[in-house]
Write a protein that binds this ligand. Structure first.
Ligand SMILES: Cc1cc2nc3c(=O)[nH]c(=O)nc-3n(C[C@H](O)[C@H](O)[C@H](O)COP(=O)(O)O)c2cc1C
Length: 659
């Protein structure tokens, strides 16, 4: 149905003589799904799922293409140890009419975890902007050896059935380090002027082409704007792209942003910025690669947006990273006129956090089944026995449990205190960067209704209400409440509240008022800083007070970069290593705080708003009562253990699957 709605998206294209059935490309995403340096079943399934869901080409995560990469947590193609694995991988994807492209990347001096990388290689002995790792500067002989080794590994991939390779030359990695005047100060053949800086990549492309022939796809992911002073801005990106594509031995190009620097956040643009955020850059750089298929990339989340880019002739391919993690059937659903069934990417970068901060396989807040065999357009199989299930709580965790349980054929009733589903996520949706969170509970609501779950919303639920339904099982998703901090004394109602309770009355209050809004921050997750921005739009000043030595500790790096940048831009003050002190003067708008080590007193005046964001305690009182009556109870989301959104959907989903 409606096939013509996405005519441009569904049009085939040929690259290096190989047919792409449509324009959707899975952009390279590190998954951490390799196992012991080998191709794992999960990694194969992850890519096969994106192929089955409709992608015409899938770019892998970086593959170990040279022996010095042997210890990295990636598959290894520089020797013959896992040929069978690469064949299996290629076969699973290519057999579904999807071209599999291996990514070539080396982080060089780049490192975004604490500490330095003693094994780092680079263009020059200059420090990485994030970790201050100073690399070993590759000698001319080492560069040439690397070119030869990577080209040989590319041939190995080709013989295993891969359709091509992509050189990751952006994001501040090794190739970017050679291309950029900020990190390449060499005076030999691989530095000096622009012709020298591009030589490493140019020779690598030529070597791969010479070994693998004209029928092998070679793509370049190039820096478009790295945001580094003296680095690669569009004025430098254009001639670099021109130089690298002039020999006509590259099959497609895309442009990335950011570098291993304070600008790393730009490479995975998040929900605080606009959608299609790279498009101005892509339009500006298009003439530099005229005649070559260009892949648009960067926060494209919706099929209509993608169709528009192609229809306007701004690009020939659509690269989707996070959108295809969230929903591998993105294209298939669009093709079938089912865009409303897409589980949309939130651009929250939780996926980035899972791999980089938690060192765990990639995961998604809006897709609890990443890499599982039945992930594509998932709808559960019927349960062997139909049971009566009551879900208490209609937030993200409860609704996820409810739709999955109902779709399995259970008789599901959901009790929710608010008149609408979504729970605390609804408040988050009203804060800066929150809009996309609606797509989680919008999907859940539609799925729950489709599956026949009954929703009893706007009711406070007692154990008797649950027992009256004589359930076979109950799922408690009643959330958690912020714990009153120790420094609060006596009756403080009306003076200070938990942040979640304090914000809703301000939602409709859009004018800015005098006075200072203070948040006591013992939370350090993203929502607290979104709240600070929300308050900044309403108060003359905002101050965050935290007992830690810094803020946003529990937020992964790229999101933290954005938080720190915006707080600085908005002049939101941060007081670290401090605890508020409760005194009567707070009634007069004066809040004292003390340094946690020295006891030294500081003061914030003109306080018009004071709230605390603290660890939460589960609201699980119903569990005991229900168990007492013999009802098996499962706790999910914050009610199980107060955590982030990822755990809410994951625990709700698991409960729905197993109840
Ligand atoms: C979790 C995660 C892992 C990524 N891994 C890689 C990678 O290994 N190589 C690469 O070139 N880009 C990587 N990227 C960047 C994506 O390919 C893409 O350029 C970026 O996410 C913007 O596209 P999107 O908005 O469609 O996600 C990664 C991005 C994320 C969020």
């Amino acid at each position: 149905m409606m096939q013509t709605d996405f005519a441009a998206l569904l049009a085939p294209l040929t690259l290096a003589g190989r047919r792409l059935r449509n324009r959707v490309v899975h952009a390279s995403m590190t998954t951490l799904m390799a196992s012991g340096g080998r191709v794992s079943d999960t990694l194969v399934t992850y890519h096969a799922n994106r192929a089955r869901g409709g992608a015409a080409m899938s770019i892998t995560e970086p593959i170990g293409m040279a022996h010095h990469q042997a210890r990295l947590p990636r598959t290894q193609a520089w020797n013959d140890a896992d040929l069978e694995g690469f064949r299996r991988w290629a076969d699973a994807v290519e057999s579904q009419d999807c071209r599999l492209i291996g990514q070539i990347q080396d982080a060089g001096r780049g490192r975004h975890t604490p500490g330095r990388n003693p094994a780092a290689i680079g263009a020059s002995t200059l420090p990485d902007d994030l970790s201050w790792t100073v690399p070993h500067a590759l000698t001319v002989e080492e560069v040439r050896a690397l070119v030869g080794e990577i080209a040989a590994s590319s041939l190995r991939l080709m013989r295993c059935g891969f359709s091509g390779v992509e050189l990751s030359c952006g994001h501040g990695h090794l190739f970017h380090q050679f291309l950029s005047p900020a990190s390449n100060r060499r005076t030999d053949d691989y530095g000096g002027d622009r012709a020298g800086r591009v030589r490493f990549v140019a020779e690598l492309v030529a070597a791969i082409r010479a070994l693998c022939g004209v029928g092998f796809i070679i793509g370049l992911k190039l820096p478009g704007e790295d945001g580094v002073p003296g680095g690669i801005a569009p004025a430098e990106a254009a001639p670099i792209a021109q130089a690298l594509t002039a020999p006509r031995n590259v099959d497609y190009v895309c442009f990335a942003q950011g570098a291993h620097a304070r600008t790393l956040e730009m490479h995975v643009p998040d929900r605080y910025g606009p959608r299609l955020v790279y498009m101005d850059l892509i339009r500006a750089l298009r003439p530099a690669v005229a005649g070559l298929p260009l892949m648009a990339l960067g926060r494209i989340t919706d099929p209509a947006e993608a169709e528009g880019i192609l229809a306007r002739g701004e690009a020939e391919l659509i690269g989707l990273g996070r959108a295809l993690v969230a929903d591998p059937a993105w294209l298939d659903k669009a093709r079938r006129g089912r865009t409303h069934d897409i589980r949309y990417c939130l651009s929250c970068n939780t996926c980035w956090g899972t791999i980089v901060a938690a060192h765990l396989p990639i995961a998604c807040v809006n897709n609890p089944r990443v890499g599982r065999g039945d992930e594509v357009d998932y709808w559960p199989a019927p349960a062997p026995v139909r049971r009566r299930v009551v879900v208490v709580g209609a937030g993200i965790a409860g609704m996820e449990a409810a739709w999955v349980a109902a779709a399995r054929g259970h008789d599901v009733t959901v009790f929710g205190r608010s008149p609408e589903v979504g729970g605390q996520a609804r408040l988050r949706a009203l804060l800066p960067g929150g809009e996309t969170i609606t797509s989680i509970y919008d999907y859940q609501l539609a799925a729950a209704q489709r599956a026949g779950a009954r929703l009893e919303l706007g009711v406070s639920t007692t154990a008797d209400d649950v027992l009256a339904l004589r359930p076979d099982a109950a799922i408690l998703a009643t959330g958690a409440t912020m714990i009153r901090p120790d420094w609060l004394e006596g009756d403080t109602d009306g003076v200070v509240a938990d942040l979640r309770a304090a914000l809703p009355p301000l939602v409709d209050h859009t004018g800015r008022q005098d006075g200072t809004a203070v948040i006591f921050d013992m939370d350090h997750t993203e929502a607290t800083y979104a709240a600070a921005e929300f308050l900044r739009a309403r108060f003359a000043r905002v101050v965050l007070i935290t007992p830690r030595d810094t803020i946003a500790v529990d937020v992964q790096m790229v999101t933290r970069q954005g938080i720190l940048r915006r707080l600085a831009e908005q002049r939101i003050a941060v007081v670290t290593l401090s605890l508020p002190r409760w005194t009567a003067s707070i009634e007069d708008g004066v809040l004292d705080y003390t340094n946690v080590y020295t006891g030294e007193v500081g003061r914030v005046g003109d306080v018009a708003f004071l709230a605390y964001a603290t660890p939460r305690a589960p609201n699980d009182a119903l569990a005991e009562e229900l168990r007492h009556h013999g009802i098996p109870v499962r706790l999910v989301g914050d009610c199980l253990a107060p955590q982030e959104l990822l755990a809410a959907t994951a625990s709700g989903h698991a409960a729905g699957e197993t109840v």
